[in-house]
Write a protein that binds this ligand. Structure first.
Ligand code: FPP
Length: 235
C-alpha cells in the first residue's frame, strides 16, 4: 500500500460537534484533543512518518477570550501531562508558529514537550499553534534575507532549499485532510502543501476516528500523483 509520508489535518468542526449536542463549544475542543491523541498513534501505526495538525491559527485570537483561554489551557495540560502515550510511542512533538502573543505557561509547555520528546525517532507530530502559512513564509524569507546579508550565495537556490527556513525542516505534505465540511485551506502550511492531495469530509473532527482516517488513506492510494508530469497508462 502506498502510504503518505506526511499527512496534515485541519481539525475543523469541534464547535459544531458540541453545539449539535447542546454543549459548550469548549467540549468540542476537549473531545477533539482526545481524537488527536488517538490519531497520532494510529497514523504512526499505519506508517505515516509525520502528522501536522492545525491546533490554533494566528487568526483564532479573534475568538472570545473564554474560548481562547480554554484552548490554551487544554494545550498546556496536554503538553505537560497528557502526551505520555505519544511520547512513549517514540513520537517527537514539534510546535510550529509564532512565539509572540503566547502566554508564559504556554511557552513553557511547548519547551517541556519538545525537550521531553526530542530524541524520539519513530515519527513526528507537528502541532501548528499561533500559526499562519503566509506568516511562516514571511518569517522564513526574513531568515533567508539575513543569511544573504551574511554572504549566502543564492544563485542556485531551489524550492527544496527553502524548507530549512520554515519553522521546522519537514518533508512536503503528501495528503491534506480537512474535516468539518469547509472546502478551503485557511492559511495552513501553504509552502509545504504545493503538491499534496486533498481530502475533504463533512465529519466533524471529534468524530474523525481511525476508520475515517483509513478512508482518507484509501482515497490517497487511488490517486495518481503526477507532480506536473504525465504518467503513461494512468487511470
Ligand atoms: C476548529 O474547529 C478547531 C480549532 C480552532 C481548535 C482545534 C484544537 C484541537 C482539536 C485541540 C488541540 C489540542 C492539542 C492538545 C494540541 P472550530 O472551533 O472552528 O469548529 P466550528 O467550525 O464547528 O466552529
Amino acid at each position: 500500500m502506498n502510504i503518505p509520508n506526511h499527512v496534515a489535518i485541519i481539525m475543523d468542526g469541534n464547535g459544531r460537534w458540541a453545539t449539535k449536542r447542546g454543549l459548550d463549544r469548549s467540549m468540542g475542543h476537549l473531545e477533539g484533543s482526545k481524537t488527536l491523541e488517538k490519531l497520532a498513534i494510529h497514523a504512526l501505526d499505519r506508517g505515516v512518518k509525520v502528522l501536522s495538525v492545525y491546533a490554533f491559527s494566528t487568526d483564532n485570537f479573534k475568538r472570545s477570550q473564554k474560548e481562547v483561554d480554554y484552548l490554551m489551557n487544554l494545550i498546556v495540560k496536554y503538553f505537560n501531562t497528557k502526551f505520555e502515550k505519544i511520547s512513549k510511542k517514540g513520537i517527537k512533538v514539534l510546535v510550529s508558529g509564532r512565539k509572540t502573543n503566547l502566554r508564559e505557561d504556554v511557552l513553557k509547555a511547548i519547551d517541556n514537550i519538545e525537550e521531553k520528546t526530542k530524541n524520539n525517532t519513530a515519527g513526528i507530530l507537528n502541532i501548528c499553534l499561533n500559526y499562519g502559512g503566509q506568516e511562516e513564509i514571511i518569517d522564513g524569507a526574513i531568515k533567508l534575507a539575513k543569511d544573504i546579508n551574511n554572504g549566502l550565495d543564492i544563485s542556485n537556490f531551489k524550492r527544496e532549499d527553502f524548507y530549512k527556513y520554515l519553522y521546522h525542516e519537514l518533508p512536503p505534505i503528501d495528503l491534506l485532510i480537512r474535516t468539518g465540511g469547509e472546502l478551503r485551506v485557511s492559511n495552513f502550511m501553504l509552502y509545504e502543501l504545493s503538491y499534496s492531495e486533498f481530502y475533504f469530509t463533512n465529519t466533524y473532527f471529534p468524530d474523525f476516528d481511525k476508520s475515517e482516517f483509513n478512508k482518507a488513506l484509501f482515497m490517497y492510494e487511488n490517486r495518481d500523483r503526477r507532480f506536473g508530469g504525465i504518467i503513461e497508462n494512468s487511470k
